[in-house]
Write a protein that binds this ligand. Structure first.
Ligand code: 3PG
Length: 217
């Protein structure tokens, strides 16, 4: 894959946590980005689970260029194009959609497709992708599954999401096969909808602190 793909993967690894965000209203994008930025968590995976995704990506990428902003839950080529036009730096999908993956690879768009089995890994490897989303992480066997899959596919790295929180974060980060963990625990939709951005900032700070303590161990 291109340098761009690995540059983004490296950035994701440096930040270590990717907040998975569903914004119902694009007016929340700015205060949310401000909370992430204040907390020292400069990453956002804005999901296409809501209609406000495109506008929210556009607001965050314009006003907060320091935040590594990608699009999540991308299921179609049309969503890839909309996300990239809005300024997204990378694409994440819950599963490995051959049409979407081939389109992104062809256009040199960094994509991290979701896999949770050897078949998905081999499909991705054949297309030059070796940094993948492991989803849904906990329901698929968690860190044990990551380690088991890493035996034959030692070169593959995962961004694990699905069921991760402060309690199990470091158990994932400890694995050599994990580049980062994604999750919604610090950016819950309820908190966003209720405008509780200082609470979000606090949860993000807590997450960053866990990563810093883990790094300094
Ligand atoms: C994702 O799309 O990455 C997950 O839905 C996030 O999972 P979580 O809500 O369990 O953190």
């Amino acid at each position: 894959m291109t340098n761009n793909y690995y540059d983004i993967a490296k950035e994701i690894e440096r930040i270590a946590i990717i907040p998975v965000i569903a914004l119902n209203n694009a007016k929340d994008a700015e205060p949310l980005a401000e909370a992430l930025s204040n907390a020292g968590l400069p990453a956002a995976e804005v999901t296409f689970r809501t209609d406000a995704a495109v506008e929210s990506i556009s607001i965050i990428t314009k006003k907060y260029p320091n935040i590594l902003t990608g699009a999540g839950t991308v299921l179609t080529i049309d969503q890839v194009n909309k996300a990239m036009d809005a300024g997204a730096k990378f694409i994440v999908s819950p599963g490995l959609n051959p049409t979407v993956v081939d389109y992104c690879v062809d256009k040199n768009i960094p994509i991290f497709p979701g896999v949770n089995n050897p078949m998905g890994i081999e499909f991705a490897l054949e297309r030059g992708l070796d940094v993948l989303k492991f989803f849904p992480a906990e329901a698929s066997g968690g860190i044990k599954m990551v380690e088991a899959m890493s035996a034959p596919y030692g070169k593959v790295k995962f961004m694990a999401t699905g069921g991760i929180g402060l309690g199990n974060l470091t158990s994932y980060l400890n694995s050599k096969s994990i580049v980062a963990c994604g999750g919604s625990w610090m950016v819950k939709s309820d908190l966003i909808n209720d405008g509780k951005f200082s609470e979000i900032e606090k949860l993000c700070r807590e997450a960053v602190e866990v990563v810093n303590n883990w790094r300094n161990k």
